[in-house]
Write a protein that binds this ligand. Sequence first.
Ligand SMILES: Nc1ncnc2c1ncn2[C@@H]1O[C@H](COP(=O)(O)OP(=O)(O)OP(=O)(O)O)[C@@H](O)[C@H]1O
Length: 308
Amino acid sequence: MGVTRGANATLAIRNLSFSIGERRILDAVSAELPPGQVTGLLGPNGAGKSTLLRLIAGIEKPNTGSVDLDGSRVSELRRRESSQRIALLEQSASPGVDLRVLDVVLLGRIPHRTGLFGGFSGDEDRLIVTESLTRVGIADLTDRSWHSLSGGQQQRVQIARALAQQPQLLLLDEPTNHLDVNAQLSLLSQVRELGFTTVAALHDLNLAATYCDHLLLLQEGRLVAAGPPAEVLTPATIAAAYGVDCDVIPHPRGGHPLIVFAPVGRSTSTPPAPRAGSRVFQTRAGARFSPNDMVSTREQRNGMERQR
Ligand SMILES: Nc1ncnc2c1ncn2[C@@H]1O[C@H](COP(=O)(O)OP(=O)(O)OP(=O)(O)O)[C@@H](O)[C@H]1O
């Protein structure tokens, strides 16, 4: 018995549309998500990311289209079965009352309760809860009270609760919100190591480029790009979706896309002159660069284009 039982589920979203009143929130979204991998759900504020996660989880019903999890139509699953198979971690999730960490994570076992009065199965549930806490690196917090934890610790507890659910599919709505940079990187790296089929709504494009295998980019309820990070995160798609100017360069460690945003309201036409005594950095691989090399990438590319 482990927390990753049946984790490599296939997820197919077919022609999904959803309206609230006259307002179309999602419009004919279709996507096949790679099993056992992390899919990043991107898009500007109000694009429909949270709504899509709620539709995938079966909490909202689509007006048209379907979500199929390992061949089962999610909208037709009973609530208990969808809770057993899908864990959704919504933004700022909180148990409401001040429970111990152990009890918060134990809430993840509710969909698996058996018997007339739905009791927990004791040792087995305890084992799964302990394993879930260990998987996200917070076994030492087991007996702490929820309200005594920092935002980042609470976020990890919620992920442990989702794991204790033993889902086939993990849905995370902005899981790195309020986390410091260290906590953001380690949380997403842990999520990736879990090997679950995961969909994570993210605002930070560089985190998405680093930790996601596959990306979906939503804009005004429509899917405007889908594929590996290097295909989706181009200056053109980022400009079209977010209205910002950027360069995309290979990350010095690993080669995945690194998005360097052009400052808004600040001239970038001339690279700043090197300061006397400016430091030269060296990467672990031995490449040497100065701060000027980094900021002048755009100018170099523009200059090369002008020379053609
Ligand atoms: N209950 C509701 N009633 C009316 N409109 C809603 C409701 N819930 C969401 N919307 C609208 O649906 C659209 C999509 O919202 P959603 O929260 O899914 O976007 P999002 O991409 O997750 O945004 P954010 O990045 O800001 O969290 C928005 O325009 C929002 O105002």
